[in-house]
Design a protein around this ligand. Structure first.
Ligand SMILES: O=P(O)(O)OC[C@H]1O[C@](O)(CO)[C@@H](O)[C@@H]1O
Ligand SMILES: [Mn+2]
Length: 449
């Protein structure tokens, strides 16, 4: 069908009192800032040990900047340009200026009136500004404690998942294509449900994986609103499989990561399954270049997690970790953190704002986008009708066949059956923000949707 011609709906914002965006800006974001300030307070001695009184002074200044930021947010002061002169500051400030123009009545960009997507991303960039303006604690990850704790509390789930992967690996030569698909389907679901473990939605409260991720799949199945697993599988296994697998048949998967700890493990397990069964030959992982949305993966988290699994004294976890480290060493796996992922842009702006990244993704056979924030950026975080197609909401973004794996934590959801969204709203008003529902949603720019 040709792309439905439609108006681009307005962006979600905290303007709508009582909306999830409003409650996020009014309650959750200040809470996250308060927790960051507390974390800095609690680590005062560490800063002193490490840096002497310079460290104490830096900690004090950082707290002052974050308290000022919290006050600006809670009293809806104008959003102000960044002053840390970092490479992306200019892009951020140009984007801010653009918003000031497009807000029409020249009202300054404000926390409660401007697009939620922008102000929430902006808050995390301002947290970094506070750190970067205060060496020697500039590279301190204020979210590290939460991510580490969440990982350590998920160890039982990590154990069962790595054991499950080992079982598959042992019998992979005997598996039929159909059996392979069944395992793929399961690990795709484990990866999407791993997205529940996110510290931003819980405003930092423990949100680690307590249950066995594989056993709970059947009970969670009904809550997957869109499941494109089959078409994803055929996109991965069709076409190039004819004839001897020469390197032109080499298939590349890109995973745009979301949260660290258990969710990252589910992504590494999925990637390892696809590589060890010969379906995929190269995996590129995309993380964040600085701490983001509380639990998102940074380079430090990525490499720490692999080292941690190698060192775990559980035979299958450590075996997985050793394998993953060897994939990295061999270049079969690689980690990337382009600055674009920590800018406020909707993904339909990527080709213009980050042409190098867009071109890199065009070389992929499948790009998996994990989590809710990525889904909000894919669809522009707008009040779309739930029944418009995913392709329409992407508004031209399509470097390669892509799939969104997200649990719903924000009021944007497209690609549902007519009436389905309204039915859910009448039964469960918070269906889009409870992270109880999920989608495995595919789009292929090369084929008519
Ligand atoms: O880690 P995820 O799945 O991107 O979730 C982050 C989500 O949590 C929230 O911060 C909840 O407010 C959303 O704004 C955001 O989309
Ligand atoms: Mn996240």
């Amino acid at each position: 069908a040709d792309q439905e011609v439609c108006e681009v709906p307005p962006s979600l914002s905290a303007k709508v009192v009582g909306s999830f965006a409003y409650l996020t800006v009014k309650d959750r974001m200040p809470t996250i800032l308060t927790k960051v300030i507390d974390t800095l307070h609690r680590n005062k001695d560490k800063f002193f040990e490490e840096y002497g009184k310079e460290g104490i002074e830096a900690e004090k200044q950082t707290i002052a900047l974050l308290s000022k930021l919290r006050n600006e947010m809670q009293t809806d002061k104008p959003v102000v340009p960044l002053t840390d002169g970092l490479s992306d500051a200019e892009t951020w400030n140009r984007y801010l200026h653009g918003h000031q123009q497009s807000e029409g009545d020249q009202e300054s960009v404000s926390w409660f009136k401007s697009p939620w997507l922008y102000v929430e991303c902006y808050m995390y960039r301002r947290i970094q500004e506070a750190l970067w303006l205060n060496p020697p604690i500039s590279d301190y990850d204020v979210f590290n404690e939460g991510k580490t704790l969440s990982f350590l509390e998920s160890q039982r789930a990590v154990m069962t998942l790595c054991t499950y992967l080992e079982d598959i690996k042992k019998k992979r030569e005997q598996l039929s294509k159909k059996e392979l698909f069944e395992y793929f389907r399961k690990l795709l679901q484990v990866s999407v449900w791993g997205n529940k473990c996110d510290l931003s939605i819980s405003a930092g409260k423990d949100n680690s994986q307590k249950t066995d991720a594989v056993d709970s799949l059947c009970s969670l199945q009904p809550f997957i609103l869109v499941d494109d697993s089959e078409v994803i599988w055929s996109a991965l296994t069709s076409g190039k499989s004819q004839g001897p697998p020469d390197n032109s048949a080499a298939r590349r998967l890109d995973i745009v990561l979301d949260n660290a700890s258990f969710e990252l493990i589910t992504d590494l397990v999925l990637a390892d399954f696809l590589v060890c069964t010969g379906i995929i030959h190269e995996v590129r992982f995309h993380g964040k270049s600085f701490p983001w949305f509380v639990s998102d993966v940074t380079a430090n988290d990525f490499h720490w997690t692999i080292r941690q699994t190698m060192a775990t004294n559980h035979r299958w976890i450590s075996k997985c970790g050793v394998k993953w480290q060897s994939h990295l060493k061999a270049g079969v796996w690689s980690y990337h953190d382009h600055p674009f992922w920590t800018l406020p842009h909707e993904f339909c702006e990527m080709a213009a704002a980050a042409p190098d990244l867009y071109a890199a993704l065009q070389g992929s056979d499948l790009v998996l986008f994990k989590g809710d924030l990525n889904y909000r950026k894919l669809t522009g975080d707008r009040y779309w009708d739930h029944a418009i197609s995913f392709g329409t909401a992407l508004r031209g973004f399509g470097p390669a066949p892509l799939c969104a794996l997200r649990t719903l934590k924000g009021n944007t959801q497209v690609g549902l059956q007519p009436g389905e969204g309204e039915k859910l709203s009448s039964e469960e008003p918070d269906w889009m923000s409870s992270s109880k529902y999920a989608v495995i949603q595919f789009y292929n720019p090369k084929s008519e949707q």
